[in-house]
Design a protein around this ligand. Structure first.
Ligand code: B16
Ligand code: MG
Length: 227
């Protein structure tokens, strides 16, 4: 068996959930599109980019603003509950081992190397999805939409996770994100941010988790901190 890589800079890592570890971002899109359709609001994949990483309420407000539709508080709560029910129906179909490519092996490697692992998600369904995927045991700390008062792009979700749960500093912790709001949150909190997909604002951009490993992340963080 190969010895675990010896890391010098990397002490903690915080993963976003939807779109990073599991492909639930497409479920959010499908549920919001269905809701927008019922309200007569055209809603495209391009419009959806602005919703990634954003809380349920802020997402609804964004869609209503797109269509210049106004609802009462009670109607908004009803619409959010409906969207969540549709979303959970889709999540229910998720097979238990359906993580995004490279996610499981990266978690295994980071664990073996002694890196503290956190989850930083805006979703109120995060714990449920971790349980469904049977991966709760990997995480030293889970901060989700139920534990924060300000959603991404505010850094609260990542700062709370690192300082309170992982006991690491932003300077020795990496955030992995798939959304512009998440990259902004990570950078505002002083974290080195790995972005998945078209995210030029990130400190390192990859197409998939298959492209990285513990050593590469440690080297990237070292190089970034030594500039
Ligand atoms: P929920 P992440 C975010 O999760 C999603 O990207 C975003 O599309 C969603 O609106 C938000 O969670 C809230 O989710 O309705 O399940 O509470 O990407 O931060 O893991
Ligand atoms: Mg995401």
């Amino acid at each position: 068996m190969t010895a675990p890589a010896s890391l010098t800079a990397l002490k903690g890592i915080i993963f976003d959930l939807d779109g990073v570890l599991v492909d639930t971002a497409q479920f959010h899109f499908r549920a919001w599109k269905r809701l927008a359709g019922e309200l007569g609001i055209p809603f495209t994949a391009h419009d959806n980019e602005a919703l990634k990483g954003v809380s349920r309420r802020d997402s609804l407000e964004h869609i209503l603003a797109l269509g210049k539709v106004s609802l009462t508080e009670e109607e908004k709560n009803g619409r959010m509950a409906q969207k969540n029910a549709w979303y959970l129906e889709l999540v229910n179909e998720l097979p238990p081992d359906d993580m995004l490519p490279g996610a499981k092996s990266l978690l295994d490697e980071l664990r073996t190397c002694g890196v503290r692992i956190g989850l930083g998600s805006s979703s109120r369904n995060a714990e449920l999805i971790l349980q469904k995927l049977n991966i709760s045991g990997y995480f030293d700390g889970v901060v989700d939409g139920n534990k924060i008062s300000k959603s991404k792009p505010d850094p609260e979700v990542f700062t709370l996770c690192a300082l309170h749960y992982l006991h690491t500093q932003p300077s020795d912790t990496i955030v992995v994100e798939d959304a512009r709001s998440g990259v902004e949150a990570a950078r505002a909190g002083g974290f080195f941010c790995v972005g998945i997909g078209h995210l030029p604002q990130a400190d390192m951009v990859i197409a998939s988790l298959e492209q990285i490993n513990a050593t590469l992340l440690d080297q990237a963080l070292q190089a970034y901190r030594s500039v």
